[in-house]
Write a protein that binds this ligand. Structure first.
Ligand code: ADP
Ligand code: MN
Ligand code: MN
Ligand code: MN
Length: 356
């Protein structure tokens, strides 16, 4: 066992310039992360200098068997916390051999919006609160819950400590440090209201990089749960009934919102989001209707409402923002399984580009 871990931890730089690049992409379900590795002559961290690659799209539900090749284009790189040394994680998006973005390439559409000069000028910041649930491997029941039964009711678990209240902290902390190692702007972690549920936050991150960073943070988390023998779930309501669901609150600001008079800009942006409520809800994650019930710190999926410090609203404005007359707001509607490329770019499009 120890010789095996010695070998896994070998420092390649002692004998070679060569480097391992782990290419990551999103599979056909839209939530399945896939990856495979290749050897490079040396470390290459500029995504534009990395080679394109390909994969078998018929094995991920993204291409027919008779024409199965899908092309990977590197978009962002991160120091690899698993292999360390000169090795990188590489976030990619996917194209047909003719160079057309494949149907599930949401990053391409998002980048078009973020590259629009009006959006670019507003320096959009996003802070995404990713909630998730850890499950016991064989029974797929939350970590720390008695198999075939339930823990005591919610109350003591949120930000709780102690062996009967906090389940999986080592995984959470390993992930926190691994993300910082990788250069991800992870801003914090906390235990959630439902036992076995946790949250990490990525941000503030600018434009498309919020999506890249959140996807790589999810990737790192699932790799760590794999090591720990625990199953990771992004289901927005993993346990029906009187248990909190899992969301991905998206905090957002533009340059004009962050400068004096920004509160007026924020209110106009929120009005526009209200006018497009249905369209946003349709893009904010699968199964979100099980979570947005109007209970457990959510607004009902059918109603749009906003408020200062209101955790039962669709959009919450913080007390600080109201007091300072500038700042940011929180879209509380996105589900834990949302695609951050879709959600961030849609918020930017509705609030900056769209004229009702
Ligand atoms: P909550 O109080 O809802 O639990 P969190 O503290 O979990 O909020 O997350 C808030 C997120 O918003 C953090 O990632 C933080 O970095 C981010 N954030 C802070 N300021 C801004 C801003 N001006 N624009 C966008 N995001 C911001
Ligand atoms: Mn939070
Ligand atoms: Mn939370
Ligand atoms: Mn929040």
């Amino acid at each position: 066992m120890s010789l095996l871990s010695d070998l896994v931890n070998l420092n390649l730089s002692e004998t070679t310039e060569r480097s391992i690049a782990e290419y990551i992409w999103i599979g056909g379900s839209g939530m399945d992360l896939r990856s495979k590795a290749r050897t490079l002559p040396r470390r290459i961290s500029d995504p534009n200098r990395l080679p394109t690659w390909n994969y078998d799209g018929s094995s991920t539900g993204q291409a027919p068997g008779e024409d199965s090749e899908v092309i990977l284009r590197p978009r962002a790189t991160f120091p690899d916390p698993f292999r360390r040394g000169n090795n990188n994680l590489v976030m990619c998006d996917a194209y047909t051999p003719d160079g057309v973005p494949i149907l599930t390439n949401n990053r391409y559409k998002a980048a078009e919006i973020f590259n629009h000069p009006d959006v670019n000028a507003e320096e959009t910041w996003f802070g995404i609160e990713q909630e998730y649930t850890l499950l016991q491997k064989h029974v797929k029941w939350p970590l720390g819950w008695p198999v075939g039964g339930f823990p005591g009711p919610q109350g003591p678990y949120y930000c709780g400590i102690g062996t009967d209240k906090s389940f999986g902290r080592d995984i959470v902390d390993a992930h926190y440090k691994a993300c910082l190692y990788a250069g991800i702007d992870i801003s914090g972690i906390n235990g959630e209201v439902m036992p076995g549920q946790w949250e990490f936050q990525v941000g503030p991150a600018v434009g498309i990089s919020a999506g890249d960073q959140l996807w790589v943070a999810r990737y790192i988390l699932e790799r760590i749960t794999e090591i720990a023998g625990v199953v990771l779930s992004f289901d927005p309501k993993p346990i029906p009934g009187d248990w909190n669901g899992a969301g991905a609150h998206t905090n957002y600001s533009t340059k004009s919102m962050r400068t004096d008079g920004g509160y007026e800009v924020i209110k106009k942006a929120i009005d526009k989001l209200g006018l497009r409520h249905d369209r946003h809800i349709a893009a904010y994650g699968e199964g979100n209707e099980r979570r947005l019930t109007g209970k457990h710190e959510t607004a009902n999926i059918k109603t749009f409402k906003w408020g200062v410090a209101d955790r039962g609203a669709s959009i919450r404005v913080g007390r600080d923002t109201e007091r300072d007359g500038k700042g940011y707001f929180e879209d509380r509607r996105p589900a834990s399984n949302m695609d951050p490329y879709v959600v961030t770019s849609m918020i930017a499009e509705t609030t900056i580009l769209w004229n009702p």
